[in-house]
Design a protein around this ligand. Structure first.
Ligand code: 5RP
Length: 219
């Protein structure tokens, strides 16, 4: 297993201690979360079930025999565990590399505590080296791409990819995001933008990083 994979797995294992007994757990999406789901399966008799941020995670949870609830039938989500493409020291994130950003943001918003899990390479000084995913309504794609260019970005259409919500993704290169909450708010205001992959208005509460030397670091 590579250092990166080892880091993801360590972070995923460490997140289990944040899962309250008897709770419905918010579950994100991606390769780090897949390790978490596999860990969650080991304690599945101690939880009520999960709410999921993607069809892929739902399938993996169900394959492990973990019940997946419709978010509308749930009053509260005590903890949400998800990965990230980048995090800064303020736990503001870029997410959406796997295209699940909209449902991820919905559950993060509802969660009492958002625990982000990642290998240590995801921690950066300034967000933006990872291309920023923006989920858009298909008919608005080109208009929004032009707006992103005006802001110094270089949007690339994620060709052939359709989100779980039937929308498209623009991956925006060349950004150095100095004020994440401000850019998130500004892009949220563009008609046709469904979700911006900046998670700054609702950042993570805890970041667990798995390190190359087999340790974990919490921020
Ligand atoms: C999916 C996400 C993921 O959390 C993010 O892409 C990180 O994925 P991975 O754990 O595979 O590195 O936001 O939409």
């Amino acid at each position: 297993m590579s250092n990166t994979e080892q880091g993801k797995k360590l972070a995923a294992q460490a997140a289990i201690e944040y899962v309250p007994a008897g709770s419905i757990v918010g579950v994100g999406t991606g390769s780090t979360v897949n390790y978490f789901i596999d860990e969650l399966a080991k304690i599945k008799n101690r939880i009520e079930g999960a709410v999921s941020s993607s069809e892929a995670s739902t399938q993996r949870l169900k394959d492990h025999g973990i019940e997946v609830f419709d978010l509308n039938s749930v009053d509260s989500v005590p903890v949400y565990i998800d990965g990230a493409d980048e995090s800064n020291e303020n736990l503001q994130l870029i997410k959406g590399g796997g295209g699940a950003l909209t449902r991820e943001k919905i559950i993060a918003q509802m969660a009492k505590k958002f625990v982000c899990i990642a290998d240590e390479t995801k921690l950066v000084d300034v967000l933006g080296a990872f291309p920023l995913p923006v989920e858009v309504i298909p008919m608005a794609r080109s208009m929004i791409a032009r707006e992103l260019v005006k802001r110094g970005g270089q949007p690339v259409y994620r060709d052939g990819f359709v989100t779980d919500n039937g929308n498209q993704i623009l991956d925006v290169h060349n950004l150095r995001i100095m004020e994440p909450a401000k850019l998130e708010t500004e892009l949220n205001d563009l008609p046709g933008v469904v979700t911006v992959g900046i998670f700054a208005l609702r950042p993570a509460d805890v970041l667990i990083l798995g390190t190359a030397d087999g340790d974990i670091r919490k921020i």
